[in-house]
Design a protein around this ligand. Sequence first.
Ligand SMILES: [Zn+2]
Length: 429
Amino acid sequence: MLEIKQKLRDEIAARRDDLIALTQDLVRMPTLNPPGHGYLEICEYLQVRLQKSGFETELVRAHDTPGDSEKYPRWNVVGRRDGAHSGECVHFNSHTDVVEVGQGWTFDPFGAELKDGKIYGRGTCDMKGGLAASIIAVEAFIAIVPDYAGAIEISGTADEETGGFGGVAYLAEQGYFTPEKVQHVIIPEPLNKDRICLGHRGVWWAEIETKGHIAHGSMPFLGDCAVRHMGAVVHEMEESLYPTLANRTTTMPVVPEGAKQSTMNLNSFHGGLAEPEEGFTGFPAAIVPDSCRMIIDRRYLIEETPEQVAQEVVDLLEKVKSERPKFDYVLNEMWQVAPTMTEKSAPVVTSVAGAIEEVLGKKPEYVVSPGTYDQKHIDRIGRMKNCIAYGPGILDLAHQPDEYVGVEDMIESAQVMALTLFDLLVNND
Ligand SMILES: [Zn+2]
């Protein structure tokens, strides 16, 4: 058994050039989202690649999901390869989209240049390096252990960066992720090769609107300023809500440290006159604003409920209302995602943990992500609890200029993935 494991590791190390070339091919496809560029191209590329290793593949367009259009169709690819005997299914899911390039690059963002053992470009770390590592891991595994039990699936999915509705959420709704069909899910997001990410915090977005009464700006006493009312809301948040949130602790191993508490970001604030169009050189009109809207982005812990999170904001608004004449508000809940955390004792976790110890000679670190990723859809829609994120790349580099992924990191995490497959699909009785 040790011998086969060593063979697997050697096989992956020997595929170094293939791994580099595959990563470069993927990065050179600028799958920018928004708007959702080149999804079909990358899915067709993956389809050809997977078919060479005997995968049955399917291209799935997420019709009528947010952003889907004839110009920017939301394409996904799903591949499955059944083994020699019945058994469990291990699924590797990667998103194919990347975020905008932004300023400050010294490398060509879609050049995928290899320099000093690193590949540079948008999406190298988040997460085409992880996608490439999982493909190499699976191909090496099939070459060494062709008679495995169960099945291996690989998917390349759209739109993770914008909520995953045209990607994993759609596939989950269509039945691609159910406990009957898939037993283990690994999402190779860049969490570092020695970390297992068990899940993420919850999200609650809402818009608060305060109401006023329009009047001439020279006689504000004849109107009622909605921006001042919103100012009172923000003041109350600073006085009571922010200190409360900062004191809430969690048993979730969230990284970085600052995200171990409940947090709230004031996302945007609009009141009074609309922003003038670019190039407009006139002056603003003298009005008292009759409406002010603020969007809040609240991230919550597994110890909190969404009802409690919402009630806290309602209570705060009611308090301001009781103290402030003419204060009136509307609260619109926009969307929410429940926190999720896979048990450390779940089979996919113990299996990856064992593989990390074998390959890296150390115990893994268990973490929880401050923000969400596609695990939310696999959990809620797919009802799949045995799911983690594990992959190469340094999380802090995601979405940054000069993003890169280390070749050695990809090789080692591919070795971890291959040993995990061995544990789950061969060594399972
Ligand atoms: Zn990502």
